[in-house]
Design a protein around this ligand. Structure first.
Ligand code: NAD
Length: 286
């Protein structure tokens, strides 16, 4: 029999413009292969995570689905996101790609379906968005959104369809804070999901004095301070780890609060010239 002794952790729910709620903290699965995902997503669910972020690109939807079934947690208590890869944006490929993702996940619906990148050189993201809008009217998708969209891409979606996404999932961490797109989204009720919330480990957050000092002051780790900074700034996060103690640690961020001064010191860590970015540039990635 499934283990029902575990409980959902004390994670805030944020309202989306679709009318659905999203848990503000989840578990990310980029670079987690399918067999690993089966093990660590189950572990995350048993610890109290209820929100899982995957993508067709990650090649782990089968493992994610197996973990969900093994958890025994009722489907309606979970929030599952997947994403449309760039080579499936044209024609009715988005519809087919979603069905393939649902089949791999073993789910009837996803809570959130995202266009993974605008890939503007392909000229297909508005078509993909129209397809997602029509999928949003079916019972296979609850909310629709985008990822890695900059203001110019969001403005084009809005101009051509009149419909805004529920979320924009963008690279966002202390050294790359994307203030322009964040402000544009905040003014229009679009939630920000921060990918790479810890900078993907590509710079050492523990060596940054503002983060190190706040961690010492609260008896928390540097990762917990950075995740807490995201939460207090209103971002949705889903840090990735395949280390059991870190998976637990990343969930234990709801029992302390950073001061306004501590938040401001982390807000000040973006060099302001784009040099803090660790991933691809959405204008050229495809
Ligand atoms: P992340 O910032 O979550 O960094 C993950 C790395 O941080 C891990 O490999 C680990 O080395 C380290 N880490 C995790 N917990 C730690 C802890 N407590 N202490 C110290 N180190 C710790 O980066 P990510 O995985 O790229 O981003 C999170 C999720 O966002 C992904 O798993 C994926 O679901 C999503 N994502 C989306 C896109 C996109 O284009 N939409 C791109 C990248 C990631």
């Amino acid at each position: 029999m499934a283990d029902h002794t575990h409980h959902a952790a004390d994670v805030p729910q944020l309202a989306l413009n679709s009318g659905y709620d999203i848990p503000q903290l989840g578990y990310g699965t980029f670079k987690v292969e399918s067999a690993q995902a089966e093990k660590f997503v189950l572990e995350a669910l048993q610890l109290g995570y209820r929100h899982i972020d995957t993508a067709a690109l990650y090649g782990n939807e089968e493992g994610v689905g197996a973990a969900i079934r093994a958890s025994g947690i009722p489907r309606e208590e979970l929030f599952v996101t997947t994403k449309l890869w760039n080579d499936r944006q044209s024609g009715d490929q988005p519809r087919q790609s979603l069905q393939e993702s649902l089949d791999r996940l073993g789910l009837e619906y996803v809570d959130l379906f995202l266009i993974h990148w605008p890939a503007p050189a392909n000229g297909q993201f508005v078509n993909a968005w129209k397809q997602l809008i029509s999928l949003g009217d079916t019972d296979t998708v609850r909310s629709i959104g985008v990822s890695n969209f900059l203001v110019e891409h969001l403005e084009q979606l809005h101009a051509e369809t009149g419909r805004l996404p529920a979320v924009d999932q963008i690279e966002l961490h202390p050294r790359h804070q994307q203030r322009e797109v964040v402000q544009w989204c905040q003014e229009r009720g679009i939630r920000i999901e921060a990918w790479g919330p810890l900078g993907q480990g590509k710079y050492d957050i523990a060596e940054i004095p503002a983060i190190r000092d706040a961690a010492a002051a609260h008896g928390k780790t540097p990762a917990q301070v950075v995740l807490r900074w995201h939460i207090q700034n209103g971002n949705i996060v889903f840090p990735k780890s395949v280390n059991s103690s870190r998976i637990r640690e990343n969930l234990e961020i709801f029992d302390f609060e950073l001061s306004d001064a501590q938040i401001a010191q982390i807000d000040a860590l973006d060099p302001g010239d784009g040099s803090g970015r660790v991933g691809h540039d959405p204008r050229t990635a495809n």
